[in-house]
Design a binder for this molecule. Structure first.
Ligand code: ZN
Ligand code: ZN
Length: 347
């Protein structure tokens, strides 16, 4: 099968023929129908996140936002059958640890990180738990987006941010996750302020439901947000993970506000950013991490997609072929992509 192969950190990505992956007794093999190219793929290609113990054995096939059709299943798979349309979260759950059984499968003790989506076929390990049926009404591109960026934004906004109607919500960084967060917060009835340096991305944010946009190029973002909201936002999301967006986000909150950290840092921060702790204590600001989306929260999210209240497909701005992946990943170093870039041609 054809796949985009990574031979080493920052080494040129190449499209070549590799064997179709083996299917273990609890696995499913899917024919990949769509796979998003996510900023996390770029981070892994850069060798980021070694500071949290994340590094891939080489050679590796990146790609963790895939949806497809089940081709075959292992002998111990009972619920997932060949021919089913499925998506899968980027975080594999074991289905048996205390986190998985209490519903927090995104925090699984034995979590595996999904890879292998930049290929014609991919394996979903522990398929009965980790393959999520994709309703017929939902496209493969939308399903792929719900493997990582869209579902990550959903969990960050709806669960960790506890966003409700009428809240002022700031979204810092309007890449794929940021635009998704804008859409989800607006669908929940919040008043959304989108912040970015790029007018194209801010214009996309307005299309996804942002009430106000702030160009951070020259603005003092916290001061501007306080002015717009009359004292600060209820919830603020850092969808990017650099020092500036994190500090702008925390500084934009009203007393008692919730900061949701979705973006992971890059080499410049190496996982460490100083925060204004005293100001956060005096204002009872909460700092919450948000990772992926627990498996059982797919149900409400998919319900909202089927009923049209959420629309991951509207954030797909480019549909590409497998052969285009290397240049798209390389362009992510200078934030060259807008919305979701989705591979739909695997020939
Ligand atoms: Zn587990
Ligand atoms: Zn991702």
């Amino acid at each position: 099968m054809k796949a985009v192969v990574m031979d080493g950190v920052k080494a040129p990505l190449v499209v070549r023929d590799v064997p179709v992956p083996e299917v273990g007794p609890r696995d499913a093999l899917i024919k990949v129908m769509a796979c998003g190219v996510c900023r996390s793929d770029w981070h892994l290609w850069q060798g980021d996140w070694s500071w949290v113990g994340l590094s891939l054995p080489m050679p590796a096939i990146l790609g963790h936002e895939q949806a497809g059709v089940v081709e075959k299943v292992g002998a111990e798979v009972h619920l997932i059958k060949p021919g089913m349309r499925v998506l899968t979260p980027f975080h594999n759950g074991c289905g048996a640890c205390s986190y998985c059984v209490s519903g927090d499968s995104n925090l699984c003790e034995r979590a595996g990180r999904r890879t292998g989506g930049f290929a014609q076929y991919a394996v979903i390990g522990g398929a009965d738990f980790n393959a999520i049926p994709l309703p017929d009404e939902v496209s493969f591109a939308a399903g792929a987006a719900m493997g990582c960026r869209f579902m990550t934004a959903y969990h960050g906004v709806a669960d960790r941010g506890e966003v409700k109607g009428g809240d002022w919500v700031v979204v810092n960084g309007c890449g794929g996750i940021g635009l998704s967060a804008v859409q989800v917060a607006a669908a929940l009835g919040a008043q959304v302020i989108a912040v970015d340096l790029d007018e194209t991305k801010l214009s996309r944010a307005r299309q996804e439901g942002a009430l106000v946009t702030v160009d951070a190029t020259d603005a003092n973002v916290p001061a501007r947000v306080r002015e717009i909201t009359g004292g600060g936002a209820d919830v603020s999301v850092d969808a990017l993970g650099i020092k500036a967006t994190m500090l702008n986000s925390v500084g934009s909150l009203r007393k008692g506000g919730i900061h949701v950290q979705i973006g992971l840092t890059s080499a410049a921060e190496g996982g460490q950013v100083s925060l204004p702790i005293d100001a956060m204590v005096f204002s009872e600001i909460e700092f919450r991490g948000s990772l992926g989306n627990p498996h059982h929260h797919y149900r409400p999210m998919l319900n909202m997609v089927v009923s049209g209240k959420l629309n991951p497909e509207s954030i797909v701005s480019e549909r590409i072929a497998l052969a285009d992946v290397p240049k798209v990943i390389e362009s992510m170093g200078n934030f060259g992509t807008v919305g979701f870039t989705s591979i739909e041609d695997f020939s």
